[in-house]
Ligand binder design. Structure first.
Ligand code: 9UX
Length: 72
């Protein structure tokens, strides 16, 4: 089933940061759409929750050197 996840991301300081996150997350299995806003410090991710969940996506963003939290 398709779900939309909203994340708050700390640590993005330039446009390459948001592009890196978009590219890395879009390559993960089960990701349908990713949009990262540098000025808002937010990401919106459409995913297939049979294939991937929020924890995996947050962990991937953290690996890139940022800090992601789910926006509830
Ligand atoms: Mo811009 Mo972001 O040089 O990690 S890519 S600061």
């Amino acid at each position: 089933m398709t779900k939309t996840l909203q994340l708050q991301i700390e640590g993005m300081t330039c446009a390459a940061c948001s592009a890196r996150i978009e590219r890395a997350v879009s390559r993960m299995p089960g990701i349908q759409e990713v949009s990262v806003s540098l000025p808002l410090g937010q990401a919106s991710v459409k995913l297939d929750n049979r294939l991937i969940g929020p924890e995996q996506i947050k962990r991937r963003i953290d690996e890139l050197g940022y800090s992601a939290k789910e926006e509830l």
